[in-house]
Design a protein. Structure first.
Length: 202
């Protein structure tokens, strides 16, 4: 066979091998979604197999580094909030007192009317305002437990199928992933030229 044939065949074969192996490696990141056996060897896509670990890592980063209710609360001054909405708060207290009064004996209901009701509401508002720091701290502690950011993220990620993550990855970095596969062909072809040169010198 002519020398020109070998100049072409070495790079073509090794370039194809490079494309195939990089493409296969890319596919094996996500597939198969479920554990299967190939020639007796068990295999599952790297991403689906490690989904619980990925979910925990992502949840920890988001919860510890990105989402803090205390940071949100830092932008809010509860004392100013109460001060700016004093009349609304007092009106709300008076409205609730009217509801409570319906179940009280007559002698107590008579005390929660007119100026007495207003004075009672203002005093209650004053007590709430004085306890603002303690109320804020208790709210943040309770809210962090109720929001359950970490559990919510864990549930959503671990319940997502490998197909969803594969689709998302290709939407985000389709071009870059194909470039990686292409590099396998390019490096394979270059290796083919090198091998041909070595073969020729030998």
């Amino acid at each position: 066979m002519s020398q020109g044939f070998f100049i072409l065949i070495f790079p073509l074969i090794l370039g194809f091998i490079g494309l195939f192996t990089n493409g296969l490696a890319l596919v094996m990141l996500f597939r198969p979604f479920e554990r299967k056996r190939y020639l007796g060897i068990p295999w599952q896509g790297i991403v689906p197999r490690n989904m619980p670990r990925f979910a925990k890592m992502i949840a920890n980063v988001i919860e510890n580094e990105m989402i803090h209710l205390s940071d949100i609360a830092g932008f809010i001054d509860p004392a100013v909030l109460l001060e700016n909405n004093q009349e609304a708060f007092i009106a709300g207290i008076e409205e609730n007192l009217d509801q409570y009064a319906k179940s009280m004996p007559e002698k107590y209901r008579a005390m929660l009317t007119g100026d007495n009701k207003r004075a009672f509401a203002e005093e209650l508002f004053k007590q709430i305002k004085e306890q603002t720091p303690e109320i804020t701290e208790a709210f943040l502690s309770h809210a962090m437990q109720k929001v359950g950011v970490r559990d919510h993220i864990l549930h959503n990620i671990t319940s997502a199928s490998g197909n969803v993550l594969e689709t998302l990855m290709f939407r985000l970095a389709k071009g870059e992933l194909y470039i990686i596969v292409g590099y396998g062909g390019i490096f394979g072809a270059l290796l083919g030229f090198v091998q041909f040169a070595v073969f020729s010198l030998g």
